[in-house]
Design a protein around this ligand. Structure first.
Ligand code: NAP
Length: 473
């Protein structure tokens, strides 16, 4: 469903009118229209900064330069020594940030290495870096902080400082969303330094347009690093609920990156499934996720033509909303069986037979499982359960060189949300930092990133794709 308010306020008349009467103008987000590029930051300026004593400068600069970024610094900034030392070692040029209004291209991204923070007072280095340059960031820009996880801090002062970054980034994201800019924080454990390359590429590119205000703690990678572009080429991927909506978009995006997709959906959706699979050269499997033999049937069908599965996306999901006091038992059972029970049973079966070594699983949760919704005790329970499940299963998948993660979408423009009454739909769309609903593609881009073996330092996590929805923050 199209967002008429966004279209109107982005027309020249609409923009003027909205400005005159003080209405908000949701930005038009730039989304990816091509596969992961070798140099997604080519021709773009990235202003980098660091805290004194930062330890991630070398992998950070290496990744940015490999992605094609032109690197800028603020020459008088106090935290520069680690960046300068790393640039000298890597033989990279750092250019001074031009004064505002001198006609130079704006910065696409501001990236700050906060890994050296040792006390709350040192946060002042972050303020000194960000405060003067925020106005000069391009629309649809990116702000990214990288830091060490608070849990691994040497002492209480360092731990306090790195925890403070979470509040900083969530607040900053709410300030900069008006022009489509996102702000996120990645926490890197010692031992995962060189695994940040694909993570930076994702967060700094158009593939993450609706991922905002998030904190992503990385895990220790269990496998060698792999370049993101081309990493899904020839991989065998199963997507449940692939006939339409978010599932169809996930299937298309995985195929765009070179995966061979098996789309699975309820037998009643076979027609739609056939159409979606025909578009991407995929294979349809008409099967109910709750069928008692679902895992065995999947393993058998996939085994015949492809051997085993490298990727499984558990996307099939339903709502059956009613206040708990009025909820019939079959509403409860259907939602629990499809949204949660089927995921557990299918994975259990595929772990015995069906997954290749290194298999990566992505489950679809929801912000309804984080913030809760009146009338959705069944749905909220299942979507929160998914978050606990991926956390609890991470070690099992890591032992096999793979991973399991979840994506929690916010308000996404689908037939499900188009069916909402006008008032709640408009509110649902606007209560996030980007003042609009996401598209199925936004969820699909994040799922596809997590499905890639390049995301080898992301395991057991739930990443929200919600434009920083104000729900359950
Ligand atoms: P959708 O348009 O209703 O698509 C869901 C698909 O799953 C449908 O093709 C459906 O087939 C299929 N499905 C349902 N039950 C099945 C079963 N037992 N076995 C196999 N397939 C089954 O939903 P969507 O909006 O794309 O949502 C996809 C996922 O994202 C869900 O897990 C949902 O909870 C989650 N999510 C969506 C939003 C949003 O804003 N749309 C927000 C947060 C989370 P049928 O046609 O037969 O029903």
């Amino acid at each position: 469903m199209s967002d008429r308010y966004l279209d109107f306020t982005n027309s020249s008349f609409g923009k003027t009118l909205a400005g005159m009467i003080g209405l908000p103008t949701p930005p038009r987000l730039k989304r990816a229209s091509a596969p992961w590029a070798a140099q997604p930051l080519e021709g773009k300026y990235v202003l980098v900064g660091s805290s004194s004593g930062a330890t991630l400068a070398a992998p950070l600069l290496r990744a940015l330069s490999a992605a094609g970024a032109a690197l800028r610094i603020i020459p008088e900034h106090a935290g520069l020594p680690p960046l300068k030392a790393a640039a000298a070692e890597l033989k990279l040029s750092l250019h001074g940030n031009p004064a505002e209004g001198v006609g130079e291209a704006r910065n696409h991204a501001l990236v700050f290495d906060a890994s050296g923070l040792s006390s709350p007072w040192q946060l002042r280095e972050l303020y000194d870096f960000m405060q003067p340059v925020l106005r000069g960031i391009a629309s649809n820009g990116r702000i990214l902080l990288i830091s060490r996880a608070p849990e691994s801090a040497a002492d209480i002062q360092a731990r306090t400082a790195s925890t403070a970054l979470r509040g900083f980034i969530r607040s900053l994201a709410k300030e900069v969303g008006k022009n489509g800019t996102t702000a996120n924080l990645v926490e890197v454990p010692t031992g995962a330094d060189t695994a940040i390359d694909p993570v930076l590429r994702f967060f700094l590119s158009e593939h993450s347009a609706f991922v905002d205000g998030q904190v992503l703690p990385l895990a220790l990678p269990q496998t060698a690093n792999v370049a993101l572009p081309g990493s899904l080429e020839g991989r065998i991927a199963l997507v449940t609920g692939a006939a339409r909506g978010i599932g169809a978009s996930i299937a298309e995006t995985l195929a765009r990156e070179g995966a061979k997709v098996i789309g699975m959906d309820h037998p009643s959706a076979e027609g739609g499934l056939g159409e979606t699979m025909a578009k991407i050269g995929g294979v349809g499997l008409a099967l109910d996720v709750t069928a008692p033999d679902a895992a065995a049937r999947i393993a058998e069908e996939v085994g015949k033509s492809f051997g085993g599965l490298d990727v499984v996306v558990h996307n099939a999901g339903i709502t059956r909303d009613k206040m708990l006091r009025n909820m019939p038992p079959h509403f409860w059972d259907m939602v629990v069986n499809i949204n949660l029970g089927a995921i557990l049973k299918i994975n259990e079966g595929l772990l015995k037979q069906g997954f290749n070594d290194g298999a990566r699983v992505v489950c679809i949760s929801s912000i309804g499982g984080i913030g809760g919704n009146a009338g959705q005790t069944n749905y909220g329970a299942t979507k929160a359960g998914v978050i606990g499940y991926v956390d609890g299963m991470a070690a099992t998948f890591a032992k096999r060189g793979g991973a399991i993660n979840a994506v929690a979408p916010g308000f996404i423009e689908t037939t499900m949300t188009a069916a909402m009454p006008f008032g709640p739909r408009e509110v649902g769309r606007r209560i996030n930092s980007l003042s609009q609903g996401g598209l199925p593609q936004d969820v699909a881009e994040t799922v596809t990133f997590l499905a890639s073996p390049a995301a080898n330092a992301v395991n057991g996590r739930t990443l929200r794709v919600c434009g920083q929805n104000f729900f359950g923050m």
